[in-house]
Design a binder for this molecule. Structure first.
Ligand code: DAT
Length: 173
């Protein structure tokens, strides 16, 4: 039985997932599970997509690599996909959103190639990650939060912290 919840922070690259995870990990004491790092450090890659200039992830290897952490609980999962994680181990899915003009500037300043900027902009506008979350988890588990400015990060983190407190109360024995 987990004593702390597992939370996925998902969304299109550039919306602010890592920034949210870092701030939330610091204030809540939960662990920041940066899936990009796990893939690199625990060899969960399955080649490289030259066109998109990104690593191809072996999802089975990834799940095996993080299974014991998820079972222990208290993980903040930082990843741009959410449909691969077992529903029984996930307590909250936060879909971080961002206005497309702001996202464009963030992706450009990261030095992304034009096709990668375009693909991510399309994904954000078409709400691909929100739809994936809604298709994969129960309605009450999925929350959509806006991340255009720093104040929104602060209030989002406060909101998730309050949710964690309530989850712990509800799961006291
Ligand atoms: P992601 O992990 O979704 O790829 P990130 O947390 O690395 O995104 O953020 C991308 C960049 O945008 C980074 O320079 C921080 C900035 N940023 C993110 N959310 C923001 C916000 N709400 N207000 C201002 N800047 C933000």
């Amino acid at each position: 039985m987990r004593t702390s919840p597992n939370i996925i922070i998902t969304g299109t690259p550039g919306v602010g997932k890592t920034t949210h995870c870092q701030q939330l990990a610091e204030s809540s004491g939960l662990a920041h599970l940066d899936v990009n790092k796990v893939v690199k450090e625990r060899n969960c890659d399955d080649g490289y997509d030259e066109e998109l200039k990104s690593v191809i992830v072996d999802e089975d290897k990834l799940l095996d690599a993080i299974e014991s952490e998820l079972e222990a609980g208290g993980q903040i999962i930082d990843w741009h996909a959410c449909d691969l994680f077992p529903e029984s181990l996930i307590d909250l899915v936060v879909v971080v959103r961002c206005d497309s003009t702001i996202l464009y500037d963030r992706l450009k300043s990261r030095g992304y190639a034009d096709n990668k900027v375009e693909e991510n902009m399309d994904a954000e506008i078409m709400e691909v990650l929100l739809q994936e979350a809604r298709d994969s988890y129960a309605e009450e588990v999925v929350v959509e939060l806006q991340s255009n400015d720093a104040d929104q990060i602060d209030s989002n983190v406060e909101r998730i912290e309050a949710w964690i407190k309530q989850w712990r109360k509800d799961h006291e024995d």
